[in-house]
Design a protein around this ligand. Sequence first.
Ligand SMILES: [Zn+2]
Length: 129
Amino acid sequence: MLYYLFLRDYSATEYAESIGQSDWNIRGIRETALKKIRKLYGGISSTYRIVLEKDAPVIVWDFHSLLIMVQMCFSFMLTDKDSDMRMCKHCKKAFVASRKGNEFCSQKYKNQFNVYKSREKKRNKSDNR
Ligand SMILES: [Zn+2]
């Protein structure tokens, strides 16, 4: 399932459209990223090829191991600006935002954060007096 999502989400054309850049730009960026990844993982890294699926070109990755595939999926997820992954403003843990603009992993932490913030404000006010 992950593999399917990965292929679907990262069709170069789709991705290019979403950020308003040309296909070839994206492929260039990807190529550079891939070179870096290859350096990082040495000889065990994965390769890819481009195939035509329906009307859009799609990248097919040939992963040498399931672990590397999962690592790559997460790397792309983490670096994607449209990703739902966020870092909680309060506890600094990664979480999946259910709504856009969500900054906290839970309502409890959001409340806590706001309480601390207002306390700090009060403190600053009294210091200025
Ligand atoms: Zn949190």
